[in-house]
Write a protein that binds this ligand. Structure first.
Ligand code: ATP
Ligand code: ZN
Ligand code: MG
Ligand code: MG
Length: 471
């Protein structure tokens, strides 16, 4: 990619979140992730080009020095900051505008700084050999997978119903989504195959912003916010069918829709469970702690027949969960420590740098977080370290997992003397090789802490008011 000779025709709209917009290269496996601003600020960028560069460099540092160590290097791509010609960025923004979903257009793409984050395109993996069907990529935004400890929360409901399930009620009550999702993150993070199957099935039924499916780099399945229509599951199944037809059409050309869906969920669950970074093997079973089952989940506990498998250690879900659990005090227990930091910064503004409130996110920052003592000695250093831990946990609660499934390039073989092993294999779902990455690992700003407290209060009181009953 030659940065001085960029052509907007080489790039196309790929997707966006709340904070950034992503375009992908039409040939190379690269994406550019650009910042977004509220539309009101479109004439008047909220930060200078240098500040935008710094913000993106902070994302790179936080990803590579902090999140990568906690989640496992193998899963994390930190990318690099690039400076792009402003004319290219302007033309690009005009070109892609009509492809953006209307509900995301309360924000505009940053066309002033010329800075972007350049990353590998995780939905178009580099292939070493041709495959019979294009790779499938499944993006899951799993959200928080545990219940807070009763020690720190003021409302008992928070120890029984998970944050995601309560937030669902809030979002439906406020019209953000028209239908409830029956997905519960505690089921996905359980490591129990049946519960994981249940969770993934409900992600597919109501993907909201927690599931997207890409085929050959193109998004083929996702939800539209505030829309009355359900996403088209039949169309998804139509795309998936060729991947799961057994025995190259010979054995069972009319596989039922249900069987296609089951095979897909199973392959996805296997990929999530097998993705381990480094030496794994041991199993973390947290069922004994009583903090791994959400009362709002419709998964019937009696259905856990074969005991309760936990997550293998070093597995991707386990790594994400451990990182989320750096939020050990809940927002309610953390808030007084946040206030201690804020008060200190008002009295001694210069300490902002020493406490590394806005970075730099370097080795030293990680050490502060990892060496933070359990005991509160009343110091601002302790409070700052707990706030850092909380912010890291927030990033882990907001990240996405990208599972890549590459169909194995086995050719159709009309040979008469097939080995019996080959024949047997024809009766099983098509084999895939899988890999897993984590994306969207931005640091959360300090002022997100008071916002989280207010949101938490609103969500809990809404849940208590509506009694948590499904419509
Ligand atoms: P959120 O609102 O979840 O915080 P965000 O604004 O921080 O989102 P991202 O989640 O990083 O933005 O990116 C938006 C979308 O772009 C992702 O959901 C994903 O579909 C796509 N995307 C981001 N990075 C990549 C990548 N490296 N390869 C392929 N697709 C990507
Ligand atoms: Zn739940
Ligand atoms: Mg995201
Ligand atoms: Mg994000």
């Amino acid at each position: 990619m030659e940065l001085d000779r960029m052509d907007e025709n080489d790039w196309k709209y790929h997707g966006e979140g709340n904070k950034s917009l992503v375009v992908s290269h039409v040939q190379h496996c690269r994406v550019l992730r650009l910042l977004k601003y509220p539309a009101e600020d479109s004439e008047n960028p909220p930060q200078t080009a240098e500040q935008a560069f710094r913000q993106i460099q902070n994302i790179v540092d936080f990803t590579s020095n902090v999140m990568s160590c906690l989640l496992g290097e193998k899963f994390v791509h930190s990318g690099e900051v690039v400076r792009l010609p402003l004319e290219f960025v302007r033309q690009l923004s005009i070109k892609i505008q009509h492809q953006r979903p209307a509900w995301r257009c309360d924000k505009v793409m940053d066309i002033y700084s010329g800075c972007a984050l350049c990353l590998p395109n995780l939905t178009s993996p580099t292939l070493h050999q041709p495959t019979p069907t294009p790779p499938l990529c499944i993006e899951i935004k799993p959200k928080c997978g545990f219940l807070p400890s009763p020690k720190h929360v003021s409302k008992d409901i928070k120890t029984r119903v998970c944050r995601y399930c309560m937030h669902q009620h809030y979002k439906v009550a406020n019209g953000k989504w028209k239908r409830h999702s029956l997905y519960c993150p505690l089921d996905l993070f359980s490591g129990n195959r049946q519960r994981m199957h249940f969770a993934i099935r409900h992600l597919i039924e109501e993907p909201q912003n927690n599931l997207k499916v890409f085929k050959g780099g193109q998004c083929i399945y996702s939800s539209k916010e505030g829309s009355d229509e359900s996403p088209d599951t039949n169309s998804l199944l139509h795309h998936l069918r060729p991947y799961f037809l057994r025995g190259n059409n010979r054995v069972n050309g009319h596989m039922t829709t249900k069987a296609v869906l089951n095979d897909f969920i199973q392959v996805l669950g296997n990929a999530l469970l097998s993705a381990a970074g480094g030496d794994g093997g041991q199993v973390t079973d947290r069922t004994g702690e009583g903090r791994s089952f959400c009362e709002a989940s419709l998964f019937n506990r009696e259905r856990i027949r074969h005991g309760s498998q936990g997550l293998p250690t070093n597995n991707i879900l386990s790594r994400i969960l451990q990182t989320q659990m750096l939020d050990s005090l809940d927002i309610e227990g953390l808030y007084p420590l946040y206030c201690r930091v804020e008060q200190h910064l008002q009295d001694f503004p210069k300490d902002r740098t020493g406490l590394q409130i806005d970075g730099p996110y370097d080795q030293n920052f990680l050490e502060k977080v990892q060496k933070c003592s359990m005991e509160d000695d009343g110091s601002v250093e302790y409070a700052a370290a707990k706030v850092h831990q909380y912010r890291i946990a927030m990033t882990a609660k907001d990240c996405s997992i990208m599972v890549t499934l590459v169909p194995s390039g086995e050719e159709e073989d009309d040979d008469e003397d097939l080995s019996s092993q080959k024949r047997l294999r024809d009766f099983r779902p098509q084999a895939f090789s899988s890999s897993v990455s984590v994306l969207d690992l931005d640091p959360k700003p300090l002022d997100s802490v008071p916002r989280q407290l207010r949101l938490d209060q609103k969500i809990v009181s809404c849940y208590l008011r509506t009694g948590g009953t499904l419509p």
